[in-house]
Design a protein around this ligand. Structure first.
Ligand code: AMP
Length: 305
């Protein structure tokens, strides 16, 4: 695996791959790899000739007072994981390499899908994400780009952006990967104390309870949201920021549940702000639940094909 730090060096790699007829896959990340990141790299490895992973803690997607300085980093460990997972090129630019003229005066804003959910508490976050993802796609060139369904709103926003702007990238959504006890994997789980870590799977538990209620026939979004609020209200020190039920594609808030629905939560537990979701497909009385996959012995089970 090659580690490259400059835009020019990454372009040379991807241009050469395409000139040889190869397909390029990009996995954008902020590093501190876990099995969720690894599953995206594996998906990219299966589909492409050249797999690029970017690792960049993007300052413009952090708000004032957020955890930019504290965000966990382990470049050497990440390089070992990426190499062992079959990545060809790891792109680790500095802030100056990505923003040589200082904070960008050109930004990308996706309207409506960024209203509410994480956009409510983090009003500048998604513009930071969409702008840096646009830059990464421009630097890498035509490619497939892999995103996890853990960051559900981000995936919906990036999909919409690539469609609206005709960006030459196919966005591939990948399953949400969980620890064995159900906690959604996140680099920010490193902030949890042992006591907080023990209670954190309750976020997933509350989402499964929501799914059970819908399976049992509940179709009012407000009733399902109340159930999640009550359950997490009893789970100190989980401090729920939001629970929302939205149409799974365009993220339109729902009152009555039908079709594909995402139930999404964000909560603070100590220093960590964690997010999680389940997707329900409702057709009459039938309800399918996509709660992602749990790791088994450190490995992510492959979806049945
Ligand atoms: P991050 O490094 O946290 O910005 O995440 C980089 C990419 O990995 C994003 O597309 C995330 O959605 C994805 N990702 C992070 N955690 C998980 C997870 N537990 N399961 C699946 N994908 C994930």
């Amino acid at each position: 695996m090659r580690v490259v730090e400059t835009v020019a060096a990454l372009r040379a790699e991807t241009d050469a791959a395409r000139a040889a007829g190869g397909r390029v896959g990009l996995v954008p990340t902020m590093g501190y790899f876990h099995a969720g990141h690894r599953s995206l790299m594996e998906a990219a490895r299966a589909d492409n000739d050249l797999v690029v992973v970017s690792s960049f803690v993007n300052p413009t997607q952090f708000g004032p007072g957020e955890d930019l300085a504290a965000y966990p980093r382990d470049p050497e460990g990440d390089a070992r994981v990426a190499s062992a997972t079959g990545v060809d090129v790891m792109f680790t630019p500095s802030v100056a390499e990505m923003y040589p003229a200082g904070p960008p005066r050109t930004t990308v804003h996706v309207s409506e899908l960024t209203d509410g959910m994480c956009g409510a508490a983090r009003p500048t976050h998604f513009d930071g994400v969409t702008t840096v993802v646009t830059k990464l796609l421009s630097i890498t060139g035509p490619c497939r780009a892999y995103f996890g369904r853990k960051d559900y709103q981000q995936l919906a926003v990036v999909r919409r952006m690539t469609g609206d702007l005709n960006l030459p990238a196919t966005v591939v959504g990948c399953p949400l990967v969980r620890e064995r006890d159900g906690l959604a994997m996140s680099s920010r789980n490193a902030y949890l104390t042992p006591e907080q870590r023990a209670i954190a799977p309750e976020l997933h538990g509350a989402l499964l309870a929501a799914a059970d209620a819908v399976r049992a026939g509940e179709r009012q979004a407000a009733a399902v949201a109340d159930l999640v609020r009550e359950r997490l209200g009893a789970a100190s020190p989980i401090d729920l920021e939001y629970v929302e039920l939205r149409d799974a594609r365009e993220l339109v808030p729902l009152e009555h549940l039908a079709g594909e629905v995402v139930v999404a939560v964000a909560a603070r537990i100590g220093r960590a702000r964690l997010i999680d979701n389940v997707v329900l497909t409702i057709a009459g009385n039938a309800v399918e639940v996509d709660a992602g996959v749990r790791v088994v012995d450190g490995l992510v089970p492959r979806p049945a094909s």
